[in-house]
Design a binder for this molecule. Structure first.
Ligand code: NAD
Ligand code: ZN
Length: 358
């Protein structure tokens, strides 16, 4: 038996106001005149107070990232081309935002040193060279993108991450203050990404004690925040930020499962966003995750969250086929959820019936 020897984030700082240390954290990473590039979520575009806190030096630049759609390989390639044309080389890319911005920062960092299109590297261990220095600073918590070894991209033929040992951040800055402005519905959808990661990891066949230890803690934190209380508090942001971190660590050694496998299909065809897409699917997964779904529904009620219904109504056979192709292509997810003989259990008919219920 050989065990995965996985690469982790090099440096972590956690605490309220930790963002203020960014200038000193980046100083030793600067390479001569080459600038640091700050990818900032569009939410902060007109927030001059926040932008003034971004520690710009010399030729450093803020690039506002459009998160209307989840990251596409074309967007990654475009930003890489623009930065290369303007600066030649850069000292690093700093992603300040949610999963979308953090994934953009990881992907562009890698593409600054790897030739071709980011679409060429969607898959497992296809990236051959370390990227430029990269740091991730979440402003919304739940995805675990701050700790994962992937960056999820929609390409011309697939929605798949650039999974590699070069993908994790060199540094993350976890400052719970930064997530306080996330609207309640969005906060819930993204937080549920974490809760669902935990359920999928803890009930999966890939589970080991490493994953279980992180997964249980992350799930407990999610339940403290959403099952045992209905009001927002600063402490709940502190817990949510650590839940996301621990949830991400849990799947580093295991895998996600049915909700993710099905929601990737939705997202590929309909552009449904990851957090809400997982909620739409998980809501209908009693047969796979009975306990988790009961808790999920309680949290939805307690926080008065709306889960969209009937989103696949009226789709054509070709549409269903496309979603099923994307979903069935995610073998490790299905294997984690259902075991080695998953194909016998999850037939196309059963998957189609599931998609029709969404
Ligand atoms: P997001 O990054 O798409 O952001 C959601 C919304 O929240 C956006 O409108 C954004 O502008 C807004 N927002 C961000 N910070 C805010 C703040 N402080 N105040 C108010 N609004 C704020 O959402 P997400 O759920 O964090 O990320 C989803 C993405 O993460 C998807 O692209 C998904 O594929 C990816 N993902 C990646 C991994 C990974 O391991 N790399 C894991 C899971 C999901
Ligand atoms: Zn997820």
């Amino acid at each position: 038996m050989s065990f995965r020897n996985f690469k982790m984030v090099d440096y972590v700082v956690y605490g309220r106001g930790a963002f203020n240390q960014l200038d000193e954290i980046l100083a030793p990473r600067r390479k001569g005149e080459a600038p640091m590039i700050f990818f900032v979520d569009q939410y902060f575009e007109h927030n001059s107070t926040f932008l003034a806190r971004v520690p710009l030096r010399g030729k450093d630049k803020v690039v506002i990232i459009d998160v209307t759609h989840e990251p596409k390989t074309t967007y990654v390639d475009q930003l890489r081309d623009e930065l290369t044309a303007e600066f030649g080389t850069v000292s690093g890319i700093i992603g300040i935002g949610g999963g979308s911005v953090m994934d953009m920062a990881k992907a562009v960092s890698l593409m600054m040193t790897n030739p071709g299109s980011s679409a060429d590297y969607q898959g497992w261990d296809l990236v051959k060279q370390a990227g430029v220095y990269k740091a991730g600073i979440p402003t919304i918590s739940g995805t675990g993108a701050e700790v994962s070894r992937t960056t999820v991209l929609t390409g011309p033929v697939r929605k798949l991450g650039m999974n590699s040992d070069f993908t994790p951040f060199d540094q993350i800055v976890l400052d719970p203050e930064l997530i306080s402005t996330v609207p309640a519905q969005q906060r819930f959808y993204t937080a549920m990404d974490c809760f669902i990661h935990c359920v999928e990891s803890l009930t999966g066949t890939y589970l080991n004690t490493f994953s279980q230890s992180y997964g249980e803690k992350a799930q407990d934190l999610c339940e403290e925040i959403f099952l045992h209380q209905s009001a927002w508090s600063p402490e709940s942001d502190e817990k949510l930020m650590m839940a996301s971190y621990a949830g991400g660590m849990s799947i580093a050694y295991s895998q996600v499962g049915v909700a993710h496998a099905v929601s990737y299909g939705l997202s590929y065809l309909l552009g449904t966003k990851h957090g809400i897409g997982n909620c739409i699917v998980f809501d209908k997964l009693e047969e796979f995750y009975p306990e988790g779904v009961v808790k999920f529904k309680k949290m939805v009620d307690l926080h008065r969250i709306e889960i969209p219904q009937g989103i696949t109504k009226g789709l054509s056979d070709a549409d269903f086929e496309k979603m099923m192709d994307v979903s069935m292509g995610l073998a490790p997810l299905w294997e984690n959820a259902l075991g080695k003989n998953w194909q016998e259990q999850m037939t196309r008919e059963r998957l189609r019936a599931l998609y029709e219920r969404l």
